[in-house]
Design a protein around this ligand. Structure first.
Ligand code: TYD
Length: 394
């Protein structure tokens, strides 16, 4: 029997495994999760959780080195593979760049820092170098001038799923061509190419280059770039030629700063989401109202996956939840586990005996029967936790 082992993380590893499970009952399937996969869904869904839920066997690299008929697929796997240790030659990787450019790390940030307009995802054979193996397939990705590192990362994910779908059958049959990577235009970046603990913006640059630095460091789940005491959510290059020294603040208002550069002045927009989320938790109505004036998406979730409405529901801030709903917040935007705002309002009741948010969300149309990712409804949790005081409402 032939075997396949998928090693990696996130949606791409899940998608690859799902494709194998759905279409290849003839294969023996194994998986290897990344080191930091704790089996819990975060902003990246847990590959380990998914694979175990499908009954796939977890193995280590040592377990698969000696399997002769193995196909090994690395999909955002966090370890460097040594092909000489494998008996099989069928070992492949999808790299998030348009190889031969951007081998190595931080491929969602570096093309932006360098002002690239195109990137890509590449399926290649794994050889003994870092992302240096022969190319089997590639998909180009257009980088929009407003794309952040986070946007580019999600473009990589969706495009790599397509690339894999288009090639999985030929990888399994061995019926594919591969060609060596060109040395011309190749580049490599190591872990030390960006120090995320000391991000600093170089203003002695053109406005375009400064905008690129800001968007390269914009990835809310990891960090946001900042200027003075403010996180910055975006930039706008103005038509005015800069006449002051680069980096001089020309003006500041509630919306942001205007800063001088080598060529054109640039506006740095203040990030009001932390204020929105903080006010939803603390109940500070004045701060909430001012934050609402500067944000585009009231349902945007913080790096724990909580929207402003979820925060208000969980902390029992009924007035805030009311204002958020008036501002268009959705009652069906859930946490990473599919936990609804109403479930969070119920948790608030359980913890504090205060049912006002719970009743208010129902009166505003919350779906009492909605299930979470585990397929459980609020009623199931009330029974499971033996907290039946509100069960008549669900
Ligand atoms: P990651 O999944 O660690 O992969 P890689 O370095 O191979 O790209 O990170 C995905 C992107 O997230 C990365 O390209 C840049 C961005 N990133 C940050 O913005 N801050 C960080 O601290 C890290 C580790 C990554």
């Amino acid at each position: 029997m032939r075997s396949i082992c998928i090693a990696g993380k996130n949606e791409i590893a899940i998608d690859g495994l799902q494709c194998i499970i759905d279409n290849h009952a003839d294969l023996e399937v194994f998986f290897i999760p990344n080191k930091n996969d704790n089996g819990i869904d975060g902003w990246q869904p847990s590959f380990k959780k998914y694979a175990l839920s499908k009954g796939v066997k977890q193995v280590s690299l040592d377990d698969v080195y000696d399997i002769e008929n193995l196909i090994f697929l690395s999909l955002e796997y966090d370890r460097i593979i040594k092909p000489e240790r494998f008996k099989s030659e069928n070992i492949f990787n999808i790299h998030f760049s348009r190889l031969p450019k951007y081998k190595g790390m931080y491929t969602s940030a570096l093309p932006l820092l360098n002002g690239e307009q195109v990137s890509g995802v590449t399926l290649h054979k794994i050889d003994s170098g870092i992302d240096t193996g022969e190319i089997i397939g590639q998909k180009e990705i257009h980088i929009d001038c407003k794309d952040t590192a986070r946007d580019l990362y999600f473009k990589y994910l969706s495009n790599s799923k397509l690339l894999l779908k288009n090639h999985i059958e030929v990888l399994l049959s061995g019926d594919f061509l591969s060609f060596p990577q060109s040395s011309y235009g190749a580049s490599y970046y190591s872990k030390s190419s960006i120090d995320y603990s000391r991000i600093s913006i170089d203003f002695n640059k053109c406005a375009f280059e400064i905008a690129n630095q800001f968007r390269a460091f914009t990835f809310r789940e990891y960090q946001m770039p900042s200027f003075g005491a403010w996180q910055i959510i975006g930039t706008e290059i103005l038509a005015d030629k800069s006449t002051s020294r680069p980096g001089v603040v020309l003006s500041e208002d509630d919306a942001g700063f205007v800063v001088s550069t080598i060529d054109y002045d640039i506006r740095l927009k203040k990030d009001y989401y932390p204020a929105l989320w903080g006010a939803s938790e603390s109940g500070d109505i004045a701060t909430l109202q001012s934050a609402l004036a500067f944000i585009d998406d009231v349902d945007s979730r913080n790096n724990k996956g909580w929207s402003a409405l979820i925060l208000a529901a969980y902390h029992g801030k009924t007035d805030i939840a009311d204002i958020l709903l008036d501002a268009g917040a959705s009652l069906s935007v859930c946490g990473y586990n599919g936990t609804t705002p109403l479930m969070y309002a119920f948790s608030h009741y359980e913890l504090h005996g205060d049912d006002r948010s719970f009743h208010m969300l129902i009166s505003r149309g919350a779906d009492v029967s909605a299930g979470d990712n585990a397929g459980k409804s609020l009623k199931d949790y009330m029974v499971e936790r033996n907290c039946l005081d509100l069960i008549q409402y669900v």
